[in-house]
Structures are given as structure tokens and as C-alpha cells.
Design a protein around this ligand. Structure first.
Ligand code: TRP
Length: 356
């Protein structure tokens, strides 16, 4: 009989739960596959994901179902999903110890999301600032999925009873809503402490990366100018050119934190330098105080190329091997389902659904 599993990676056996391994908790975080990853995504999220793996059991999810809350080109969605997975791997997340997967391969997320759609209140959703921003002026034309987005995010987290979620400042409100949903579910169904009240892990100020063309705007994949951002897959020449062209001001480098704060472009570059060098911003300010921007930019370029070059190169290498990336995602999804299925079954029982 032909071996139908030939060529497919054997699923990694699930490792003991975090309590048994002396870890601090279980982490889940998600990244949307909606376009090129840039320095802001790396310093603000993905790099930190890798650093948490010694202390926590980690699940990192490519949230493809969240991506389609706004129109996506199906041809690009698949490669963008692989690109996020490649970035997780290139950043040093160990796919054998941790779980890297994509959301649509684990149907329990959307199954729990439906229950949460019935727990969350319309009034809560109306307060979500991300919905207001993404829906823009014509809110009537936004998808129902975009509106329900936070309930699916709560399901991503609670289907694993995750204890901690590393997120940027902008996701704090969604995490508060996740706690509200957990609490209301536990109360309404008289299931005390069934879902945990998940804690956010918010990373330092140096991780808020602004545009290289305008230090008052966030670095963004949707900025029409590619010079506004450093993409994770940029090579050394592109990185050097973008830093050379980065906006500055006519003064020498700031010599105090107060001075830097008044000069957003300088402040942003110093923040990037400090984050890449793993130091406090004050240390970077002291190092370059009063010097010329040209000197500082040369040092920043050298540092950025040294730190980001290997990550970008590894991503490029992985992107040339989609079969490998897909097998990592499938293996991760199988292990994620093993954790999610019993929690969904318990939830269904609490709600009163008959057992299939
Ligand atoms: N909403 C998050 C963002 O836009 C992505 C996301 C989806 C997420 N599900 C999640 C983040 C669960 C943390 C946990 O960045």
C-alpha cells in the first residue's frame, strides 16, 4: 500500500503543558498577513516573540482569517502567510518547542468566535477604535467580519486559555475586550474562572517605530513611499540608502532626552538605534550628543545591516522553500488543535450544545 504520509513531516509530539515545565504561562499572539513586514513589526512584535520562548509556552499565529476582514488578493494571501511564518522562524522562534501555525488551519478559532459573537455586545464593538479607523467614513460598507474582528481575536487567545498576550499599544483595547468577553462568559454560564483574564505584555517605548520620512507618523506598510520604512527583506544597500535619506533637522544630534523629544525625526532614529543595540534610548542619546547626523547615520546603518541582514537573508531563503514553511504550519496547526479541541468541547458543553 502506498504510504500516503510520505513526504509530510511527522507531527512533533506535543510537549508537556507549561505548568509541568516550570514556565510562567502560555502566550498567544497573532500577526496579520497583509503585506510586507517592516522594522516596526520586527522591533515592536516579532523580535519580542522570540525572546519570550524561554519563559513561556508560546503559540504564534498567522491570522489569515483576520486578514480577509478587508479585501485581499487570494494569490498574495498565501505567500504573505508564508512570509509571516518565515519571519517568525528567521527571528529565532523554535518551531519544535513552540507552535507556529496559521489561523484557518485550526477551525476551533472560528467555532469559539461564534460563541463569543453571542457573548459580546454590539455596544462594546461600537467603541473599538481600530474598527472606526479601518472602516473609515463609510462604516455601512465595512464587512461584518471587520466589525466582529475583536471577537475572533478573543477566540484566538481564549481557545488556548492563554495567560499572556504580547501586543503593541494599539491592541490594548482589543485585549481589554477579550477580558470582558471572558468575564461575561464565565458569569453568564455560571462557569467561574473557566476562561482566564488574559494579561497584556506591552513592550517598551523604543519599540514604537515611526516613519523615516515623518517622525510623527507610525512606520506603515501602507505609506506610499518605500523610503518611509525599512522592510525586513531589504538588503544592505536598500537599508543604507533609506537611512541616508531619512529625514533629520539642521541641528547637531540632541544632547538630552528633553531635546530629543522636541525633535521627532531625531528621536525616532535614536529609538531605532537603541532598540537595535539593545540599550536604553538615553544611552544612545549620550553616545551621539552634539555630533553630526552623518556620523550617527553611518553608525546606525552599520548596526541595522548587522542586525537585520541575517534575518532578511534567512527569510529570503525560507521563502524559496515554501514546502518547508507549509510543513511547519501544518505541524503547528496539528499541535494547536490538540490544545484547542478539548477547550472547545468543554465550552460547547457549558453552552449546552449536544455532543456530536
Ligand atoms: N489584531 C492584531 C493586530 O492587528 C492581530 C491579532 C489577531 C492578534 N489575533 C490576535 C494579536 C491575538 C494578539 C493576539 O495586530
Amino acid at each position: 500500500m502506498p504510504d500516503v504520509t510520505a513526504g509530510a513531516a511527522a507531527p512533533t509530539p506535543h510537549i508537556a503543558p507549561y505548568e509541568a515545565r516550570g514556565l510562567k504561562g502560555r502566550i498567544l499572539s497573532g500577526v496579520q498577513p497583509t503585506g510586507n513586514l517592516h522594522l516596526g513589526n520586527y522591533l515592536g512584535a516579532i523580535r519580542n516573540f522570540a525572546r519570550l520562548q524561554n519563559d513561556f509556552e508560546c503559540l504564534y499565529c498567522v491570522v489569515d482569517q483576520h486578514a480577509i476582514t478587508q479585501p485581499q488578493d487570494p494569490k498574495l494571501l498565501a505567500s504573505q502567510t508564508r512570509e509571516i511564518a518565515a519571519a517568525f522562524l528567521a527571528a529565532g522562534i523554535d518551531a519544535r518547542k513552540q507552535i507556529i501555525f496559521n489561523q484557518s488551519m485550526v477551525p476551533e478559532h472560528s467555532q469559539l468566535a461564534w460563541v463569543f459573537n453571542c457573548v459580546a455586545r454590539v455596544g462594546w464593538m461600537n467603541r473599538m477604535t481600530q474598527f472606526k479607523e479601518k472602516a473609515g467614513k463609510d462604516r455601512e460598507a465595512a464587512s461584518l467580519g471587520l466589525y466582529a474582528y475583536p471577537a475572533l481575536m478573543a477566540a484566538d487567545i481564549l481557545i488556548y486559555k492563554a495567560t499572556h498576550v504580547p501586543v503593541g499599544e494599539d491592541q490594548k483595547q482589543h485585549l481589554e475586550l477579550t477580558r470582558d468577553i471572558a468575564q461575561k462568559f464565565n458569569n453568564d454560564f455560571e462557569a467561574p474562572d473557566f476562561f482566564p483574564l488574559t494579561e497584556p505584555l506591552i513592550f517598551g517605548a523604543a519599540t514604537r517605530v515611526m516613519s523615516l520620512r515623518d517622525g510623527t507618523k507610525k512606520m506603515s506598510k501602507s505609506d506610499p513611499s518605500d523610503f518611509s520604512r525599512i522592510n525586513l527583506t531589504d538588503d544592505a544597500d536598500a537599508i543604507a540608502q533609506k537611512i541616508r535619506r531619512a529625514k533629520t533637522d539642521p541641528h547637531p544630534m540632541p544632547d538630552t532626552a528633553a531635546d530629543a523629544e522636541k525633535r521627532p525625526d531625531a528621536d525616532n532614529l535614536l529609538g531605532i538605534y537603541a532598540a537595535l543595540a539593545d540599550q536604553e534610548k538615553d544611552a544612545a542619546i549620550a553616545e551621539f550628543a552634539g555630533r553630526q547626523f552623518s556620523e550617527f547615520k553611518a553608525a546606525l546603518t552599520e548596526l541595522a545591516v548587522a542586525k537585520l541582514g541575517p534575518v532578511g537573508a534567512e527569510m529570503q531563503r525560507l521563502m524559496k522553500d515554501p514546502g518547508h514553511v507549509d510543513s511547519v504550519l501544518r505541524d503547528g496547526a496539528a499541535r494547536a488543535r490538540a490544545l484547542a479541541a478539548p477547550i472547545l468541547a468543554e465550552t460547547y458543553k457549558i453552552v449546552g450544545f449536544l455532543k456530536p
